[in-house]
Design a protein around this ligand. Structure first.
Ligand code: AMP
Length: 188
């Protein structure tokens, strides 16, 4: 089974994806984590994308799709993937569909974490204080939220029309949100 965990920046996608991995044995594929690792290792890719992440803009579809394809090819044994922070554009979603078809698979469910955008800014400010993620400062966050609304939110009708969208209230505690996701997954 392949899942997409979907929501604006700061919705808690990464936290919940890690729980699903621990509890259900999926493999998490986070393009954000891959890009941050590239930056930390000072690779060519890292140097190319560093400024983009700092500003809160989206990296090109080609770059993130290549990262995903690479990981899918090197983990053919995985029982299923949980895509976290990917896809973020319609072009990425189409590419993901094609990549999965090549592996005789498909997206089985999209879990949308519904959150209040006002509350997100508070969450992000907190996470910035705790983890010091460079792209979590409040100014960058506004750009990230704008990129979400303009380029990523159109994926909701894309997956909705395919009947894959499952909404979970993302405003509760980590435990409450995890419970909401578990109920969806158990029902699939
Ligand atoms: P995240 O940790 O998923 O919030 O991603 C952090 C940053 O990495 C984003 O603000 C983008 O600059 C970049 N990024 C991550 N995933 C993608 C993606 N699928 N498409 C484009 N840019 C991405």
């Amino acid at each position: 089974m392949n899942l997409v965990i979907f929501g604006p920046p700061g919705a808690g996608k990464g936290t919940q994806a890690k729980r699903i991995v621990a509890e259900r044995g999926f493999m998490q594929l986070s393009t954000g984590d891959m890009l941050r690792a590239a930056i930390a290792s000072k690779s060519d890719l890292g140097q190319r994308v560093e400024g983009i992440l700092k500003r809160g803009e989206l990296v090109s579809d080609e770059i993130v799709c290549a990262l995903i394809e690479d990981q899918m090819d090197s983990h053919k044994e995985a029982a299923g993937f949980i895509f976290d922070g990917f896809p973020r554009t319609i072009a990425q979603a189409e590419e993901l569909d094609e990549l999965l078809v090549k592996h005789d698979q498909k997206v089985d469910a999209v879990i949308r974490l519904k959150v209040d955008e006002e509350a997100l800014l508070e969450r992000i400010t907190q996470r910035f204080k705790e983890q010091g993620r460079k792209d979590d400062n409040p100014e960058t966050f506004v750009v990230r939220l704008q990129a979400y609304n303009e380029q990523t939110a159109p994926l909701l009708p894309y997956y909705g029309e395919k009947g894959l969208l499952h909404e979970v209230n993302g405003m509760g505690s980590i435990e409450e949100v995890a419970l909401g996701i578990a109920q969806v997954l158990d029902g699939i």
